[in-house]
Design a binder for this molecule. Structure first.
Ligand code: TGC
Ligand code: FAD
Length: 389
């Protein structure tokens, strides 16, 4: 039996098929048995638990909602439930799987040549290769359209110059999907570790996402074969298309972190006694916070489920997914803050997962489009007016 009971306030589970419940159960068991026992130490040491890569591959988590090339071909609800369970363990695990599947396998799958797909997708699916996605630059985060990294054709090669930073898995990656400016506009390139002129350096000192590797990628007259361009990735639109895939997974993932915070607070407040030996859960102010948490988690689940159904029908628009990412990250962060409060002094300790989730969620609020950027995407959708510039 899994240790985590799940959150099923309005019989959400009755919306799920047998297969969807089974996928969630498999991911839940993996997190209980393999992630929970090691994640506190990994986080404190600032190390990604690399031993889990092969397990996650064997369970079919990488590129799970893609078809063929060894991928599991799951529907988007099943995929979302995996992300939810992984992030209940730690955002670093979900991030690893988001990057590998949505930001590395997806662009190869959607924009690559058949040869690129045949070479890379089975390796990435099986965890024999790890990938990263280089879009952000030191000077350009929210506005990647102004990127300065360049790729120029010289004779029979592409020559890359520039820097990408804040790149998840950069220091672990065998292959980087890199976005750079060419005379024809923004294009994507596959750069293999070991290529001359390409190096990575890990970012240290993070107080968030400590169990995830985050790196800078450096390109100095880095020559790659012409065949390493993704032929169908044309313009920023192609990069943003990958972000849509990853943002969808985040919208589910953060519910897992929120559920862990809620469940920790519920069980703690039932056992912790103050004033006349009564559990603190008997006080209205405490119940108000628990009620808020479960209500918002339930609303978040229903939004994620609905968008999963739309995505399966190819009807989910990027601006819909912005609402999912923006809302669910915000409520997850608030759940972590409420939960921290309800545990009193114990809430700051690493024997509980809350501060870890809270710190991680500060990153999740920023990456894949900040809360402000998603607010403006929704604003543009409903007014027709772009307010970024
Ligand atoms: P804009 O003019 O709005 O759009 C350019 C073209 O792209 C199309 N488009 C999209 N297509 C697919 N999916 C989306 N989400 C799309 N958003 C826009 C759009 O229709 C247009 O097409 P076309 O044919 O007309 O050319 O572009 P803009 O330069 O004004 O930018 C808009 C803005 C600000 C929303 C965009 O730049 C943005 O989303 N900025 C945020 C940057 C971001 O999210 N970076 C994430 C980096 S990766 C990361 O954080 C990984 S964390 C991984 C982990 O560890 O989990
Ligand atoms: P900025 O864009 O400088 O924004 C700073 C503040 O200004 C934010 O509050 C923002 O909302 C606000 N702001 C900016 N523009 C506007 C506007 N027009 N209107 C209102 N407010 C605005 N990137 C990758 O490419 N690949 C990765 O794998 C990756 N992984 C990451 C992992 C971690 C741990 C972190 C922290 C980041 C990662 N990123 C990655 C980068 C991430 O996508 C960027 O940090 C994010 O897009 C924001 O960019 P920025 O940090 O430069 O902030």
């Amino acid at each position: 039996m899994p240790r985590f009971p799940g959150v099923d306030y309005v019989q959400f589970d009755s919306l799920l098929s047998e297969q969807e419940l089974l996928v969630r159960q498999t991911a839940r068991q993996f997190v209980d048995e393999r992630v929970v026992p090691v994640i506190r130490e990994a986080y404190n040491q600032g190390e990604f638990p690399k031993q889990l890569i092969r397990d996650m591959a064997d369970l079919g988590f990488f590129g799970a909602n893609l078809e063929g090339y060894g991928c599991a071909g799951l529907n988007n609800i099943e995929y979302g439930l995996i992300m939810q369970e992984l992030e209940r363990g730690d955002s670093a695990l979900r991030s690893f799987v988001s990057v590998q599947g949505a930001l590395v396998m997806y662009p190869i799958y959607a924009y690559g040549s058949e040869e690129q797909k045949q070479i890379w997708l089975p390796k990435l699916q099986s965890g024999k290769a790890v990938g990263c996605f280089g879009l952000t630059e030191p000077g350009y985060g929210s506005n990647p359209s102004a990127m300065t990294a360049t790729a120029e054709k010289h004779g029979g090669v592409w020559v890359l110059n520039g820097e990408k930073t804040w790149i998840t898995n950069g220091g672990l990656a065998d292959i980087a999907v890199v976005w750079a400016r060419t005379p024809d506009g923004i294009r994507a390139f596959l750069v293999e570790r070991g290529t001359q002129g390409f190096s990575t350096s890990d970012i240290h000192g993070k107080l968030s996402m400590r169990a995830s590797v985050t790196s800078s990628l450096h390109f100095s007259n880095c020559e790659i074969p012409l065949d390493n361009q993704l032929p169908n990735a044309k313009g920023l639109r192609a990069a943003l298309g990958c972000l849509t895939q990853a943002r969808y997974g985040i919208g589910w993932g953060v519910l897992g972190a929120a559920m862990d915070c809620y469940e920790t607070a519920r069980s703690y407040t039932l056992s912790r006694k103050q004033f006349d030996n009564r559990p603190i859960a008997s006080h209205q102010l405490v119940q108000e916070k628990l009620a808020w948490m479960i209500t918002e988690i339930t609303k978040g689940q229903l939004l994620a489920f609905h968008l999963g159904k739309l995505k399966d029908q190819d009807r989910a628009e990027p601006a819909h997914i912005s609402m999912l990412k923006r809302n669910n990250v915000a409520i997850a962060l608030e759940c972590a803050r409420f939960s921290r409060d309800l545990l009193g002094a114990n809430g700051i300790m690493d024997e509980y997962p809350i501060m870890r989730h809270m710190c991680n969620l500060e990153t999740v609020k920023t990456y894949e489009g900040t809360e402000h950027i998603h607010t403006l995407i929704i604003g543009e959708k409903i007014t027709g007016i772009s307010a970024y510039r």
